[in-house]
Design a protein around this ligand. Structure first.
Ligand code: SF4
Length: 149
C-alpha cells in the first residue's frame, strides 16, 4: 500500500471515529462483537481495509469464521488499523439508530478511494482475507501493545 493511500484510508477512519464519538456509544469491553458466531454476525471489510490491517496487525496462525484471531482475552491487538466495521459497530442499544448512516457514509468514501486508485472492489468476510493472506505466506509481524477496544 502506498503511503498516500494509507493516509487517505486512515483519514476516513478518523472521520468515522469522530462520528462514532459524537454518537457516544458505550463500550464495556465485553469483546463479544469480535466473537462473530457467538454474537450472530459477520465482519465484512473491503480489500484495501484488509491490506492496511495486515500491514500492522500481529502475527496469527489460523483463522475461521467464528471469531477474529486478533482478539486476545476481550481486547483487540490490531486496533491501530482495524477496519471500518470494527470502528462503527457497538452493541449499545441506544446507538443502533446512528450506526447504519455512519457505516454506509464512510463505506462509500472507501469505495470512492478504491476507485480513485483504480483498485478492484472486493467486499468480503474477514476470515476470507486473513485465510488468503495465510495461504500466500504473508510474513509475520511484530505484535503491537494491547489496548482496549
Ligand atoms: S480487528 Fe480488533 S476490533 Fe476488529 S474484530 Fe478483530 S479483534 Fe475485534
Amino acid at each position: 500500500m502506498t503511503p498516500e493511500l494509507r493516509e487517505q484510508l486512515r483519514s476516513i477512519y478518523r472521520s468515522a471515529d469522530a462520528a462514532v464519538a459524537a454518537a457516544g456509544p458505550v463500550c464495556e469491553s465485553s469483546g463479544k462483537c469480535c466473537r462473530f458466531t457467538e454474537y450472530g454476525h459477520t465482519l465484512f471489510l473491503s480489500a484495501i481495509e484488509a491490506e492496511l490491517l495486515l500491514e500492522t496487525a500481529p502475527e496469527y496462525e489460523s483463522v475461521d469464521r467464528h471469531g477474529c484471531p486478533f482478539q486476545v482475552s476481550t481486547l483487540c491487538t490490531a486496533r491501530v488499523d482495524r477496519p471500518l466495521g470494527c470502528r462503527v459497530y457497538f452493541c449499545d442499544p441506544s446507538y443502533q439508530d446512528a450506526m447504519p448512516e455512519i457505516l454506509e457514509s464512510h463505506l462509500r468514501q472507501i469505495k470512492q478511494l478504491a476507485d480513485e486508485h483504480d483498485l478492484p472492489w472486493r467486499y468480503a468476510p474477514l476470515h476470507e482475507f486473513l485465510g488468503q493472506a495465510l495461504a500466500e505466506g504473508r510474513p509475520a509481524r511484530v505484535p503491537l501493545p494491547v489496548t482496549p477496544h
